[in-house]
Design a protein around this ligand. Structure first.
Ligand code: ADP
Ligand code: MG
Length: 232
């Protein structure tokens, strides 16, 4: 698998949120897209997930335009939004049905996916009483329903308390064994924990693309350390 992000530019009125941004990703990579607040991460991620249109550039998966119908990209928004009155099981059944997955497949897959994200015991719990971490894990479950080629997560742990953060990071470590992940974060420590490669975005532009070992050899005055705090 090869994901190509080619020369993406996105403008909002007078603001250029993403500016001629290019990068590539391959199967089984876990890449951290890191940058300070307002850098353009969410905008870029929504373009990759085909939720926003770019003004320039394109996104190719194995050389072809991404087909939203095939749900090749699993997208986890920063604040996953669920109906509070539905149980975890009902939520996945509803979301899966909405996006065209057959009911019998969902009935078979949902218990397995809930197990995978550590919510098997909460299958019949209403989502309204879920903690932030549980909601993120349900969001990951929703993204996994489609068996996507790649999962893109927008700051999945940034708003969580330490327990929720730990649960979600541990889950991501499990998932990355058989899934390609693009993780957006403004905290270097989160990306360092699970990613082997870091792409740094600042003012909508790519300023760095480095492996973890490269990074460890950099001195603390390099662009990546100046742009990105290590911890929250
Ligand atoms: P990040 O996710 O890295 O914090 P964003 O992609 O959300 O950054 O935002 C990048 C820049 O684009 C910011 O300056 C933000 O204010 C601006 N921006 C994002 N979305 C919109 C929008 N819908 N309308 C106008 N400006 C926007
Ligand atoms: Mg954002």
């Amino acid at each position: 698998m090869r994901l190509e992000i080619n020369n993406i530019t996105k403008r909002f009125k007078h603001k250029t949120a993403v500016h001629h941004f290019s990068m590539e990703m391959y199967s089984n990579e876990c890449v951290g897209l890191i940058g300070p607040n307002g850098a353009g991460k969410s905008t870029l991620i929504q373009i990759i997930a085909d939720i926003l249109n770019a003004d320039e550039g394109n996104i190719l998966l194995d050389g072809k335009k991404i087909s939203t119908k095939k749900n090749q990209i699993g997208y986890l928004p920063q604040y996953p939004n669920f109906f509070s009155w539905m149980t975890a099981y009902e939520t996945l059944l509803f979301m899966g049905t909405l996006s065209g997955i057959a009911k019998n497949i969902l009935q078979q897959d949902i218990p397995l996916i809930l197990e995978k994200v550590g919510l098997a015991n909460e299958s019949q719990t209403k989502v309204g009483i879920f903690s932030g971490g549980m909601k993120q894990r349900l969001g990951i479950a929703q993204a996994l329903l489609h068996k996507p080629t790649i999962i893109i997560m927008d700051e999945p742990v940034s708003a969580l308390d330490p327990i929720g953060r730990r649960e979600v990071l541990n889950l991501m470590k499990e998932i990355k064994k058989d899934t390609t992940i693009l993780l957006s974060t403004h905290i270097l420590g989160d990306a360092e924990e699970i990613c082997e490669r870091f792409v740094v975005i600042k003012n909508g532009q790519k300023i760095e693309d480095a492996t973890k070992s490269d990074l460890l050899n950099r001195n603390q005055e390099s662009a990546i350390y100046i742009a990105i705090p290590k911890e929250n």
